[in-house]
Design a protein around this ligand. Sequence first.
Ligand code: NAP
Length: 242
Amino acid sequence: MGKVALVTGGSRGIGAAVARRLAADGFDVAITYAVAADRADAVVKEVEAAGRRALSLRAQAAEAAELVAAVERTVAVLGRLDVVVSNAGIAPYGPLEEVTLDEVDRTLAVHARASFVLAQAAARHLPAGGRIVMIGSSLAERVPYPGWTLYAMSKSALTGLTKGLARDLGPRGITANLVHPGSTDTEMNPADGPEADEERRFTALDRYCSPDDIAATVAHLAGEGGRHITGAAIAVDAGVTA
Ligand code: NAP
């Protein structure tokens, strides 16, 4: 039986690119989505067209039970779990004084709590050689512009989570790593959006990343080349943190 990956937020953007890339690399792939069932189904069809098995599952990242159920369903249907990618995310942005406590709680739930829950549930199934990849953000390392305090805080929690997981699961031969995308051309942050020129100016390479750029690094961590990388944070950000 081939290896199996689970990617949260796989219906579009970076998560969909990761799902396609892992399928091309030989993984069967389960993806989760929040609302876009039709788009998740389209990604499933692409994975199947690549000759792999695929599954889409609705799982709100803020709902721990739904995430655990997605892990269990993946194992039940696809037979095992080798790689888990915590990617689902939101982009709260705005003046500090307007951020509400509800937004704080929701953002921490979707980014930090969900990543913990997902990793904990996946760890029950991951074999030796298993891989956990968190999708963080360059804004966890450097915040070049105002309005992103809450987002940056929620993503920086993944640093401690990833390092802790590397220590907890290293004895079982499981790795945990963190990929920090910079400005990446998705619906969350289109390369022709109103903030795009300013964001581009903060990069060393004067360009946006594509979702495939992020997927390539996730695939490296998930593949043979990643077997001795653990507890690491890797920026794929066109040099915004350089
Ligand atoms: P995107 O295009 O907006 O896609 C977001 C994905 O996450 C979709 O699959 C969406 O599902 C899912 N999702 C959103 N809220 C969810 C929730 N509450 N529960 C479950 N799933 C949810 O975003 P993206 O740009 O690909 O971002 C992916 C990850 O990269 C995020 O963690 C983001 O913070 C991070 N990131 C992005 C950038 C960037 O510039 N784009 C930069 C740094 C980091 P539906 O389709 O069902 O809504």
